[in-house]
Design a protein around this ligand. Structure first.
Ligand SMILES: [Zn+2]
Length: 70
C-alpha cells in the first residue's frame, strides 16, 4: 500500500511508498486534513500500488505537482 499526501494550499501531491518514512508515521487527521478522505486543505489517500496513485493524480488533480518522496 502507498500513501499520497494531497496538499491543496501548495497544489502538491506527495507520494510515499516506504512504510518506514517518518512522514507516514506522523500522518494524522487534523481539522483541515483527512486520512482516507480530503478536507479543506487536502489529506492522505491510500492506494494499492503507485500506479493507481499516479492515475488518481492524473485523472483528478492534473494541475498539482506530483512528488515521489520515498
Ligand atoms: Zn516519504
Amino acid at each position: 500500500m502507498v500513501w499520497m499526501n494531497v496538499d491543496k494550499p501548495t497544489k502538491k501531491c506527495t507520494l510515499h511508498m516506504n512504510s518506514s518514512c517518518t512522514y507516514l508515521q506522523k500522518k494524522r487527521e487534523t481539522p483541515n486534513k483527512g486520512v482516507g478522505n480530503l478536507k479543506l486543505d487536502g489529506g492522505w489517500l491510500s492506494f494499492a500500488d503507485p500506479k493507481l496513485a499516479k492515475l488518481y493524480h492524473h485523472s483528478n488533480l492534473p494541475e498539482y505537482e506530483l512528488i515521489d518522496h520515498c
